[in-house]
Design a protein around this ligand. Structure first.
Ligand SMILES: *Cc1c(COP(=O)(O)O)cnc(C)c1O
Length: 420
């Protein structure tokens, strides 16, 4: 793969656009996405799955920016949505509803209604109670909902506990041991049509073994369900393929596709994959400016204008994100914590990191910030959410403008009689 964020004469670029130019024009903090990186990641997976009938349903929760989603949709991607809001975004970005799958443990009637109205490809049903709600909503809607149960294969993906979703103790899906009964119940309902099975065991998975284990169990289940008379046409294998943030080796799309097709190929099923991070993580940077340097007896801090509200992964998952100066280093290296202005000790982007000594106004780039970054951002501490920029070749555009102070109070009111 091309490095979409190369250093040329010791200046960092996004494709052919110097990062400092974007920072000058758009301000900081700013997320910068590369169309080339998005497309290369998508194309690699599409090529690897080309020999088998498949759909790539991009997991929009990893990066939901409309321009990012449109870029992938234009490439042929469907979408994996986990809420009515994500479904709305997918449709607004131009996704074909017939290529949208909808997962999530707490679908409301309103959300189910939106999905029925749109005519989505597949509901991934997470409980028998939800199955009955979908049936009732579809009856009211006068239609039949295409469904698969999200089955929990009880496999340990060996990733961070917060992003493990396929263990017996997890809130997601139905236990594999209950699947046969659950499918029998579905078959008896008039307004759902069983078309497949689904699983999603977690995220940032760096070994292919858990996928192979989970899918071997799913293959067995498909056999049992077919024996019981269900027409299983779709196997949705979820997402979860990890990426390299630091030294760790991530499996290639080709190696992943080999494992998937090895486990569930040849079953006369369409294979649905729901990649998020593996498409978007390395297609984004977070660019931030140094505000202050300070030190105490123990530590040196670089205070920057991006914070945990912009990128929560370090605080939430103790995640490592590579950081480098945008311009040429001007001073020797020292060990620092890179921290934001938020009033929480957990507000850091990096700890004990070796960086060239920086000065006020210097720009830093946080790499691998295309997934679960802006998408998890908030207004905590009254902070405006950052701008987002999409780059293609030597051109760029702001695809989400920086929030304004007025945006911060939008929707709020002060009822005079209640507030004295
Ligand atoms: C989050 C999620 C994905 C995407 O996971 P990645 O690790 O980003 O690939 C896919 N499917 C479901 C159901 C999810 O919740």
């Amino acid at each position: 793969m091309t490095d979409a964020f190369p250093r040329v004469e010791n200046r960092l670029y996004a494709e052919a656009v110097p990062i400092d130019r974007i920072a000058e024009e758009v301000g900081t903090p700013v997320f910068v996405y590369s169309k080339l990186a998005l497309c290369e990641a998508y194309d690699a997976l599409a090529a690897a799955l080309a020999p088998v009938p498949h759909s790539i349903c991009y997991s929009i929760k990893s990066n939901m920016n409309l321009a990012v989603v449109r870029t992938l949709v234009a490439r042929g991607a469907g979408v994996d949505a986990t809420s009515g809001g994500e479904l709305f975004r997918a449709l607004r970005a131009g996704a074909d509803p017939g290529k949208v799958v909808y997962s999530g443990v707490g679908k409301t009637d309103a959300e189910i209604g939106l999905a029925l109205e749109a005519g989505i490809k597949l509901f991934n049903v997470e409980s028998r109670a939800e199955l009955r709600r979908i049936d009732a909503c579809a009856a009211a809607h006068g239609g039949v909902a295409p469904v698969a149960f999200r089955v929990n294969p009880d496999v340990d993906p060996r990733t961070h506990p917060y992003i493990s979703t396929g263990l017996r103790t997890s809130k997601f899906g139905i236990p594999i041991a209950d699947a046969v009964d659950a499918y029998a119940e579905a078959k008896a309902l008039e307004h759902v049509r069983v078309i497949g099975v689904d699983c999603h065991i977690g995220s940032q998975i760096l070994s292919l073994e858990p996928f192979a284990d989970a899918l071997a169990r799913m293959r067995g289940l498909i056999g049992e369900l077919r024996d019981a008379g269900h027409a299983i046409e779709v196997i949705d294998v979820g997402g979860g393929l990890g990426v390299s943030y630091a030294e760790e080796e991530a499996p290639s799309a080709a190696a992943y596709a080999d494992v998937v097709t090895g486990a569930v190929g040849g079953l006369d099923c369409e294979i649905v994959v729901e990649p998020g991070r593996s498409i978007s993580a390395n297609a984004g940077l977070l660019v931030t400016r140094v505000l202050y340097e300070k030190s105490n007896e123990e530590k040196r801090f670089v205070v920057v204008d991006a914070a945990m509200n912009d990128l929560i992964r370090p605080a939430l998952y103790q995640a490592y994100q590579p950081i480098e100066p945008v311009g040429p280093p001007r001073h020797p290296e020292q060990t620092v914590d890179v921290v934001g202005p938020v009033c929480e000790s957990g507000d850091f982007l990096a700890r004990e990191r070796s960086l060239p000594r920086l000065e006020r106004g210097d720009l830093l780039a946080v790499r691998s910030a295309g997934a679960y970054a802006f998408a998890m951002s908030s207004n905590y501490n009254g902070r405006l959410r950052a701008a987002e920029v999409l780059v293609s070749g030597d051109r760029f555009a702001v695809v989400r403008k920086r929030e304004s102070l007025e945006d911060l109070v939008r929707g709020e009111s002060i009822p005079k009689d209640l507030t004295g």
